[in-house]
Structure formats: C-alpha cells, structure tokens
Design a protein around this ligand. Structure first.
Ligand SMILES: [Mn+2]
Length: 385
C-alpha cells in the first residue's frame, strides 16, 4: 500500500500587507498555491491512501477565500483519484476551544472518499484497503496517557495518525511532550505525524511530513528547509520526501553594529542583500542587526531600505539595541507586530543569559533552559486556540 502524507497546510494563513492582483493577501495565496501543487503531485503519484495530519486550516474560522478554494481543490482531487480514501485529522489550529462547537473539517466529510476525525481518538476502518487507522486529533492528545493504543489484529494494515509534538522533536522543553514510547512502536505499519513544521523522520515507520509552506511563528528557524510531502510504502517501510516550490525565506547573517560607522552599517546591509542577487525579489527576508545604538539606527539609509522592501515580498530589518538595555524588556513588548518575534525573544534570552553574571553555584545551562521553558510556556498560553 502506497501512502501520500501531507500536513500543516495552514489554509487561511495571512501575513504582511502585500496583496496579489485579485486583492488577496499574497501569503494566503501562496499557501493555497502550495496546497494545489502538493495535491497535483500526489494525484500524479497515484497513492492508494492520502493522509492529512492536522492544521489543514490555520484558524477555527478560516477566511471564505481559502475555504472555498480548498473545497474546490479537494473536490477535484477526489474526483481525479476516483474517490480513493483520504483521511484528515484536526490540528490545534482548526480545533475550537470548546468541545461540541463543531469543526470546519466536518464540511469536508461530505466529499466522496473523505473521512474526518476531529473530536476524539477514533479508529476508522477502510474495507477497500483492509486498513485500520488510529487517529489522534489535537483534542485527543490529552487522552493518550490513559488509553491503550494498539493495532487491530484482524486487519492487514494498521496506521497511526497524530497531531502533536513527541518528546525530543524540538530543542525546547515542552510543557506536555507526548511520550515517544507510547506512539513510536514497530507494530504500526506507518505512523503519520503532524504539528511539527519541518520534515523529520522519527523512525523508519514514523515521519513528520512538515508543513507545505512557511507558516510557523518562527519561520526564520525554518529558512533554507524544504517543504513538501511524503510518499510512503507500507510494505517495504521506505519513503521518499517530495519537495514542493514555496515562497523563498532567507535569514541573513546578523550584522554586529557595535564597532561600525553609519556608512559601514549601510554597506553591510546592502552587501548582505546583494549577495542574494535576484533571489531577493519576492522573497521573505530578515536582517538582524546586533548592538545597534539608537543614534546609529537613525542613520540607516532610508532609501536603501525602501528599495529592499520594494524588491522583497517582506524585508524585515530587525535591530537589537546594545545588550545592557535589553535586560529589562518584558515579554510581549517586542516591537515587531508580525508575531515573528517569538523565537527571536528566546534567541535573545539565550544570548543574554550566556554572558549574564551568575552566582558560582548556578548551573548556567540549566538556568538558560529554565528561562527558555518559561518563555515557551508563556507562548503556549498566549497561543492557545
Ligand atoms: Mn501547524
């Protein structure tokens, strides 16, 4: 059995102010395009089964523009593959806070061949494939601990679908990581994972397909990584990752402005951007500048910045004042408005804590990790829903 696995499409995601010729937010359109490209590639691969492991939609109530387009794409997709099975589980982004308030994914179950799991852990069976699929949507994750998760011994194939972060997947300490032992087991023919936006193989039979576009709060951490989908063979337990074209994202090498004159700073900004060549056009770009004193900041060439901002889809000059003044800055007061500053703040914490004067009996590594965990928890609280 050949399985196509995609995840974290985040339809309805919007960012920046740029719109396309139809007045649609450019990033919302990019995300739709990535979805369409992915569906085309999957259609051409003719898999027996397609899995979407959560966050198909970016929000509980996605914009009509994305909702209508996605419905059309999926309807055509199902017709083109003669309504072969497609199973979708809900992620945290499309799951309403209150149980029983319905889920937008329920709309898709009216398409032929489509099954949707969003309220709780469920194990649908697909007779045409003789396959059982243990589905754990975002809302089912808290139940993992008290459930016995086991394959159905009477079916040819047993798959597990999960939207959630396994322990050890990120460098950050998670508040409630999912016990790896409970999920990653040899008895499953395939373990399709979602929620982590980068393609990552956890075991030969367990894979995060990653997102199909750059839609995380920390896209800079993903710069240079490919987005795409996974084609998995359940009989040989082998897979191929198929990249798809996305908007380009570049996180340029930071500039340390501590020792620079205004002319040197402007030259550094220009030369780092020039190094991208034509790739700068239409790209999403961040240029961090460390130790930028407010006096020097006022001397940044406005015309140069306007030119870079006009060429890129989004050019973010991200200045950080000299370190002593960053110490008292409270969480939530970062100047950026895109919500991109989340991991940046953690970044900043690590930098700050690496040189902070600590009492001799304090373990610096543990101190840094504790701070990072507090930030992560504050972030998780803020992002819920
Ligand atoms: Mn996601």
């Amino acid at each position: 059995m050949r399985i196509a696995h995609l995840s974290d499409v985040h339809l309805g995601y919007r960012a920046y102010s740029r719109t396309n010729e139809h007045g649609m937010n450019q990033r919302e359109y990019d995300v739709l395009q990535a979805f369409r490209r992915t569906l085309r590639a999957i259609r051409d691969a003719e898999p027996d089964l397609v899995l979407i492991t959560g966050d198909l939609f970016h929000a509980v109530r996605p914009p009509n523009s994305s909702l209508l387009a996605a419905y059309g794409y999926l309807s055509d997709f199902q017709k083109s593959r003669r309504n072969a099975p497609l199973v979708i589980i809900a992620g945290n982004h499309e799951t309403p806070r209150v149980a029983g308030s319905g889920c937008i994914l329920a709309l898709l179950k009216h398409l032929d061949g489509v099954q949707v799991v969003y309220d709780q852990i469920d194990m649908p069976y697909i007779p045409s494939l003789d396959a059982s699929l243990l589905c754990i949507p975002a809302r089912g994750v808290p139940d993992i601990e008290r459930r016995i998760l086991q394959p159905n011994p009477d079916t040819r194939y047993n798959l597990l679908l999960l939207h959630g972060l396994l322990e050890g997947v990120t460098q950050f300490t998670l508040e409630r990581p999912i016990d790896r032992q409970k999920i990653v087991r040899d008895e499953w023919d395939y373990i399709a994972l979602g929620d982590w936006h980068m393609y990552q193989q956890v075991a030969p039979n367990a894979i995060y397909a990653g997102a199909t576009e750059f839609t995380s709060t920390n896209i800079w951490e993903e710069a240079g990584e490919s987005k795409g989908w996974v084609l998995y063979d359940a009989d040989t337990r082998t897979h191929e990752f198929h990249p798809i074209r996305t908007r380009a994202v570049y996180d340029l090498l930071p500039i340390d402005a501590a020792e620079l004159t205004a002319t040197e700073l402007n030259q550094a900004i220009e030369s780092r951007a020039d190094a991208l060549g034509d790739a700068l056009n239409g790209a999403i770009v961040r240029q961090r500048v460390w130790n930028l004193h407010p006096d020097l900041r006022r001397q940044i060439d406005g015309e140069l910045l306007r030119e870079l901002k006009a060429r890129a889809l989004h050019y973010l000059l991200d200045p950080r004042p000299p370190r002593p003044s960053t110490g008292g800055r409270a969480y939530g007061q970062t100047p950026e408005t895109d919500g991109e500053s989340r991991l940046t703040l953690a970044d900043e914490w690590r930098l700050f804590a690496a040189t902070y004067d600590l009492p001799a009996d304090i373990d610096r590594a543990a101190f840094i990790e504790l701070g990072a965990r507090y930030l992560q928890e504050a972030d998780a609280t803020e992002q819920q829903g």
